[in-house]
Design a protein around this ligand. Structure first.
Ligand code: ADP
Ligand code: MG
Length: 343
């Protein structure tokens, strides 16, 4: 009798599948900072606290005064692909929230111990839930202020290889501050605080974009930025760009936001550098904080899990517009190339 070769494919258990998927979304504590702050913003919060211990390795907590969640939603939010932000594929091209993939909390709950406390204004009591390894281990009603607190403890406690991969506290803290800066820059009308090992590092009062930039990047920019604003039917741009004397030898304070989302774009950076071409020596980098707004149908934000890379429907238009807007701003403030007039 012939030996039958057995089948060999098995479906992975949910918690393993979640751990694998989490690798794309949660690489380090700073990834959780981005996701949790964005959730708080999406929940309509006006005050958001970020609290970390040991650069987020031991504890990373975000407390907001936003919409809160019902008891059922408080359980549901940890399921993969569970989201209140989109309902169908068309919605992907009309996104007005920071989140939409329904992956962040499922990912965090797969690779850390999570404590969620949440209450909606319309509810008498709130809900407390503990989750670890993608499994709810405790749930009870609790007295709570309106809003949500999510505490992520002992990141990668169950994935030692990834825990070992984390950098020093100083290095992880730099990543945290970077993500905190990117999110808080976009929402100057929200109060944010950052507390590390019991010490408050930042307290960002609500104010104008200019005030927020100065709070985040330093007072020295206060008198050294020119305002950029242009509007067309296709797109708008607003923000600030540094006077040439603020340029540094390292690329540092350069920020693009598209529909309020921080993005990385070498292509658009090139457009700005082009606008400065005759004003700056080679290898020096001006500061800029530029917000580009255009119809969501003209951008695909779903090309990468962290959404830092996006695709423009027509990137040449965007390039030309950014370059012209920055040039125009610099010219308006009489910052033009110095010419040697021999009169
Ligand atoms: P996404 O943000 O892509 O929808 P998440 O996993 O980040 O996915 O969150 C899942 C859902 O949990 C959200 O759609 C939202 O309904 C709810 N949620 C998460 N964080 C908060 C919060 N801070 N306040 C209120 N609701 C929240
Ligand atoms: Mg989210």
């Amino acid at each position: 009798k012939e030996d039958t070769v057995p089948d060999k494919i098995l479906l992975l258990p949910d918690n393993i599948a979640n751990q694998i998927a989490a690798g794309e979304v949660i690489q380090r504590p700073a990834s959780a900072v981005k996701e949790l702050l964005e959730n708080a913003v999406d929940a309509g919060a006006t005050a958001i606290q970020l609290i970390v211990t040991d650069a987020g390795k031991t504890l990373l907590q975000v407390i907001d005064n936003g919409s809160g969640m019902s008891e059922t939603d408080a359980r549901m939010c940890f399921e993969r692909h569970a989201t209140s932000k989109i309902r169908n594929i068309d919605d992907l091209f009309h996104i007005h929230t920071m989140g939409f993939r329904g992956e962040a909390l499922a990912s965090i709950a797969a690779v850390a111990q999570v404590e969620l406390k949440t209450k909606r204004a319309e509810d008498e009591t709130g809900t407390f839930i503990e989750v670890a390894n993608s499994t709810v281990t405790n749930q009870e009603p609790v007295a709570a202020p309106n809003g949500t607190s999510i505490a992520m403890k002992n990141l990668f406690f169950n994935v030692p290889a990834r825990r070992n991969f984390l950098k020093s506290n100083a290095a992880e803290m730099r990543h945290i501050v970077e993500e905190f800066t990117r999110v808080t820059m976009s929402f100057p009308d929200i109060l944010f605080t950052l507390t590390s090992n019991g010490q408050q590092l930042m307290h960002l009062e609500p104010g104008s974009l200019k005030q927020r930039i100065v709070q985040l990047l330093g007072n020295s920019y206060n008198a050294k930025m020119v305002s950029v604003t242009e509007q067309t039917d296709y797109m708008n741009i607003h923000g600030f760009t540094g006077k040439p004397e603020t340029a540094k030898k390292t690329r540092g304070d350069q920020y693009f936001f598209v529909n309020n989302r921080f993005i990385k774009s070498a292509y658009l950076n090139h457009a700005v550098m082009n606008a400065y071409r005759e004003l700056l020596p080679a290898d020096s980098f001006p500061m800029y904080v530029l917000f580009i707004d255009l119809d969501p149908t003209q951008v695909d934000v779903n090309v990468h899990p962290t959404k830092q890379e996006i695709k423009f429907e027509d990137e040449k238009i965007v390039y030309a517009f950014v370059q012209a807007a920055v040039k125009h701003a610099l010219a308006q403030f009489s910052i033009t190339p110095t010419l040697d007039f021999d009169l």
